[in-house]
Design a protein around this ligand. Structure first.
Ligand code: PNS
Length: 165
């Protein structure tokens, strides 16, 4: 019997979007298990705390708990990969503009820790979706219902209602 294939899907997930959901779903047809690795970086200001970001992801993937695990990490991604004993990273690509940064990270992760990055093209309908666009539109009161699931939209409303108090 072959070894179970585990891949890490790392990111800030501030917050998770339909683009992330699509990448995880498609990876599940190739990999046995996906570890969603949420960056915990106290030096970086995020809208959602690491606990909030993880809980939105856990809620989304609660029906696939056996195959989708949500963890946080800090420090180098290759060290986390070592810790969970996998050498595969998954990243989604939307446009050519993503390429430079992604190539730089993939080469660095390969040279630091022998960890390879597998890229998936985002679906066309998600090609303009990013967490930062979602935050911006939600902050200004626009609808993000086509970009994130309903429970994430609710969480965004909660954040911005708090902020305007
Ligand atoms: O969702 P993002 O913000 O594009 O994800 C970026 C992330 C978390 C994948 C990247 O910043 C990362 O891996 N940070 C951990 C630090 C690290 O390992 N850096 C070296 C790789 S260049």
């Amino acid at each position: 019997m072959g070894k179970a294939l585990t891949a890490i899907f790392p990111g800030s997930f501030d917050p998770m979007t339909n683009g992330h959901i699509d990448i995880v779903g498609r990876c599940l047809s190739t990999f046995d298990k996906i570890i969603i690795a949420v960056l915990s970086n106290p030096g970086k200001t995020t809208l959602f705390t690491v606990e909030e970001r993880m809980s939105l992801l856990q809620k989304e993937f609660s029906a696939q708990k056996e195959r989708v695990e949500v963890r946080s990490f800090s420090g180098l991604l290759v060290d986390f990969a070592n810790e969970v004993k996998t050498s595969v990273i998954i990243r989604g690509l939307r446009a050519i503009s993503d390429f430079d940064y992604e190539a730089q990270m993939a080469l660095m992760n390969r040279s630091l820790g022998g960890v390879d990055t597998f890229f998936l093209m985002a679906r066309e309908e998600n090609s303009y979706v990013s967490s930062s666009i979602v935050r911006q539109v939600a902050a200004l009161g626009g609808s993000v219902s086509r970009l994130v699931p309903a429970h994430v939209e609710q969480a965004l409303k909660g954040k911005f209602a708090q902020a305007s108090k």
